[in-house]
Design a protein around this ligand. Structure first.
Ligand SMILES: NC(=O)c1ncn([C@@H]2O[C@H](COP(=O)(O)O)[C@@H](O)[C@H]2O)c1NC=O
Length: 193
């Protein structure tokens, strides 16, 4: 099954995978306070505005929240959290403002916010805006699995989670990233295959 990009979040652990039919030549790279998805050096040139972005950012006044998502909305979600917005409100505000992607597929924007003991998941599609708190590990994808559904992870660490979603049985895997949040802060990891 091809589900496109997907986010998995639960209290303390979140992961994100890029699956892509159209732009497979991409990778995750680490920057200060962010993991970024972008083209590999040998990727064909494109003017598609939706394929390079921060997919994970550290946020919150105490840098104790991780934001995950499939596009440029990750940045305003993180900025609202930095201002003290509750996760639900930061997700609703940014997803509603940017709305679904204006591409050939009306691709949804998906996102999650993870703290050490809570998680929120959200999606904005052409027909809906959904944001909810989840108590168990939950997945939302751009295609086919466009409503949040339970998705248990075996992983306990960011490293394991990035590897686990990279290996998940959905087509066209490209790269993956993850964030673990505990009382000591946030640990991120990525896997480019
Ligand atoms: N976030 C991403 O990595 C991403 N990759 C591709 N897209 C969008 O989704 C469209 C379909 O891409 P694909 O055939 O790879 O699933 C692309 O034309 C692009 O507009 C993306 N936008 C949202 O998921």
């Amino acid at each position: 099954m091809y589900v496109g990009r997907f986010v998995v979040v639960g209290p303390g652990l979140g992961a994100y995978r890029v699956s892509s039919r159209s732009f497979p030549n991409r990778q995750v790279t680490a920057r200060e306070d962010a993991l970024t998805v972008g083209p590999t050096p040998d990727a064909p040139k494109t003017d598609n505005p939706y394929i390079a972005y921060n997919c994970i950012r550290t946020a919150g006044a105490d840098d104790d929240l991780a934001v995950l998502g499939n596009g440029s909305h990750v940045d305003p979600i993180a900025e609202k959290l930095d201002l003290g917005y509750p996760p639900r409100d930061a997700l609703v505000t940014a997803l509603f403002a940017l709305d679904y992607e204006k591409d050939d597929y009306d691709t949804p924007r998906i996102a999650g916010v993870v703290s050490d003991d809570e998680a929120y998941i959200g999606t904005v599609r052409s027909d809906a805006l959904r944001v909810e708190r989840v108590t168990e590990s939950t997945l939302v994808a751009t295609y086919e699995k466009a409503d949040p559904e339970p998705y248990p992870l075996s992983a306990a660490t960011a490293d394991e989670a990035a590897r686990e979603v990279y290996d998940a049985n959905f087509e066209h895997t490209v790269c993956a990233a993850a964030a673990e949040v505990d009382a000591d802060g946030i640990t991120t990891a990525y896997h480019n295959g």
